[in-house]
Every structure is written in structure tokens, then in C-alpha cells.
Design a protein around this ligand. Structure first.
Ligand code: KIV
Length: 273
């Protein structure tokens, strides 16, 4: 007999309806154990292409593949029951044409994603419309776009001049018109984050943007203190898990070396047969 466990996830229309009602809370995840722990507290979980850096130790997000995104998405889906699951479209999996984007997005939806996220401003509006009209909800991403790191010359805050800010605002509006259900604003000056939030009817999700955004997202390893010593300015570390893990592993190593672990209660059947 199979037992059917009903999964009632946050839906994309519910996320969209949060605008003006309450803040949206999101984090990244790429494995089942983390996803299981953070799920209860989130509206959506993102399988970010930052997985390339935090899980694979790569220098940037550019070599994250569609297959990796798919496998990590499936793991996060298995670890969650509540949060809406949004999968990042890897660099090179959607920029060529709307049809290429649809194939890639359909693969991620097939792996369990409820929606996809892609980077790019007005230039991606046609692609967003193509996906949305074919049933794939899209979360847009403007401002600092890590997939454009080579073109931008580094991970630099965006929208610092009135002209640059106007372009990012126009990008957000174009993506809203194209049907995106929300837009991530990354690394933009605070006033611009607030202005875009006021001017679009879809939720804005800030990361290094503004407290005025309709929601916030962080990379989980950053806020848990698992991503090394360099902490980006926009990250708040809520705990130093590295310190806690080091302490636990040191105790384990000491006890194994001293013959103190395992103890009787960790062994099966202490009497010889
Ligand atoms: O990949 C990522 O981590 C992101 C951020 C916006 C959270 O895209």
C-alpha cells in the first residue's frame, strides 16, 4: 500500500499576491538536508546558480550546468513541503532563443521546480513572455547580475548614476509587462530598490537592495556562516555554523583518537553469540 502525503506548497499566485500585504521570505538551497530545515520558514526556496560557488567551490556561477541545476532542484523538492520551489536557469541555458529557454525551463519544471529565475533586463522580456504564455512562471533578476560578471567587470553595485538607475527601472518595468511574477533586485543602491518597488505591481525581492523591497533573499551558506571569512556587505550572519561545526568535529576526532567513541550505547549486541 502506498501512503500519499499531501504537499501544500506556497504557489506562484500566492507569492504574487503578497505584494503590499506582507514580506516574502526566501533563501537558497541545493541539498535535501538544508532544504528540510529551512522549508518551514520560507515562502520560496531558490536553487541558485550560486550553488556553483558554495557547493562546488567554483569562482563564479558561469559554469553551472542545466543538469546540475536539475539534480539539485530534485533534491530540494524532496526536502521541502511548504516553500514554493524556484530554480535558477544556468548561464547559456536560455539566452540563445525563447525556444531554447523553454526547453531548459521545461526540464527544470520536470525536475519539480514550480518556477524558474533568469537574469537580464529588457533584452530578456520576449523570452519571459514566451515562457509565461506557455505556462512557466518566471522570476526576473536585474541590477547586479552575476552571470554578467565579465561584462560588468566585477560584482559592483548598480544604478549609481541617474542614467544607470533609469535603465534598471525600465528593465524591471519591461519584465513586469512581459509577465514575470516577481523581480529580484540585486546589488542596487537603496533608493533605487525602493523606487522600483513603488513603481512595479509585482513583488520585488531584494538582495543587497533595500528594506523597502517586498521580500528578501540571501544565500543560506552566507547567513549561516558557512561560506568562509569574506562576508559581502549586504549579508547579515545570523550564526557562525563554521565555528559550531569545527568544535563538534574536533570533539569527535579527539574522542575517536582517545578510544572514547563509540560507547556501549552506540554498539549492537555487546554479548558474544
Ligand atoms: O544564485 C543565487 O544565489 C541568486 C541570488 C539572488 C540569491 O541568484
Amino acid at each position: 500500500m502506498s501512503v500519499h502525503v499531501e504537499v501544500k506548497r506556497m504557489t506562484v499566485p500566492q507569492l504574487r499576491a503578497c505584494k503590499g500585504q506582507r514580506k516574502i521570505v526566501a533563501l537558497t538551497a541545493h541539498n535535501v538536508s538544508t532544504a528540510r530545515i529551512i522549508d518551514d520558514y520560507l515562502d520560496f526556496v531558490l536553487i541558485g546558480d550560486s550553488t556553483a560557488m558554495v557547493a562546488y567551490g567554483l569562482p563564479n556561477t558561469l559554469s553551472f550546468t542545466l543538469e546540475q541545476a536539475g539534480q539539485h532542484t530534485a533534491a530540494v523538492v524532496r526536502g521541502t513541503r511548504h516553500a514554493c520551489v524556484v530554480a535558477d536557469m544556468p548561464f547559456g541555458s536560455y539566452q540563445e532563443s525563447p525556444a531554447q529557454a523553454f526547453r531548459s525551463a521545461a526540464y527544470l519544471v520536470g525536475m519539480g521546480a514550480d518556477a524558474v529565475k533568469l537574469e537580464g533586463g529588457e533584452v530578456m522580456a520576449d523570452t519571459v513572455e514566451y515562457l509565461v504564455r506557455r505556462g512557466i512562471p518566471v522570476l526576473a533578476h536585474v541590477g547586479l547580475m552575476p552571470q554578467y560578471v565579465n561584462a560588468m567587470g566585477g560584482y559592483l553595485a548598480q544604478g549609481k548614476t541617474p542614467e544607470a538607475a533609469a535603465v534598471i527601472l525600465a528593465d524591471a518595468k519591461a519584465l513586469e509587462r512581459a509577465g514575470a511574477f516577481g523581480v529580484v533586485l540585486e546589488g542596487v543602491i537603496e533608493a533605487l530598490g525602493a523606487e522600483i518597488t513603488a513603481q512595479v505591481t509585482i513583488p520585488t525581492i531584494g538582495i543587497g537592495a533595500s528594506p523597502a523591497c517586498d521580500g528578501q533573499i540571501l544565500v543560506t551558506e552566507d547567513m549561516l556562516g558557512l561560506s568562509g571569512e569574506r562576508v559581502p556587505k549586504f549579508v547579515k550572519r545570523y550564526v557562525n555554523l563554521e565555528e559550531i561545526m569545527r568544535h563538534a568535529v574536533e570533539r569527535y576526532a579527539d574522542e575517536v583518537r582517545a578510544g572514547k567513541f563509540p560507547e556501549t550505547q552506540h554498539c549492537f549486541g555487546t554479548k558474544r553469540p
